[in-house]
Design a protein. Structure first.
Length: 118
């Protein structure tokens, strides 16, 4: 009986020490993973900032004007007129015409105004 007591007295603290060491290793591994993810996040933020700066540079009016001139495209000094059409209100009233106040004005950018002489 005395041997079992000694074995029990040695086994329990040994098992607890192993458990503490194993948990410590897991915590350190999670810390390393968190550090790696934070570095990855910071790199992504830097890339995003560079891309936004590049986008702003590419869509700047001065750059667009320079490209228009380089490619010999015609430059309009006046803004283009866009046709305005009335969209019918689907309120159930069948008697809505284009002259009535029930419609909404909609600008359609891709459509021409019927004048194809340009």
């Amino acid at each position: 009986m005395k041997a079992i007591k000694i074995l029990y007295i040695l086994a329990v603290p040994t098992a607890l020490a192993l458990l503490v060491a194993w948990e410590g290793a897991r915590i350190r591994a999670k810390g390393y993973e968190l550090q790696r993810l934070n570095q990855h996040l910071e790199q992504a933020r830097v890339r995003r900032q560079k891309y936004r700066a590049q986008i702003n540079k590419l869509k700047s009016p001065g750059r667009i004007l320079q490209l228009v001139r380089e490619h010999g495209l015609p430059l309009l000094n006046e803004p283009m007129e866009r046709p305005v059409r009335r969209a019918k209100d689907d309120g159930g009233d069948e008697d809505n015409s284009d002259e009535s106040d029930g419609g909404r004005a909609v600008v359609l950018a891709g459509e021409s105004d019927g004048d194809d002489s340009r």
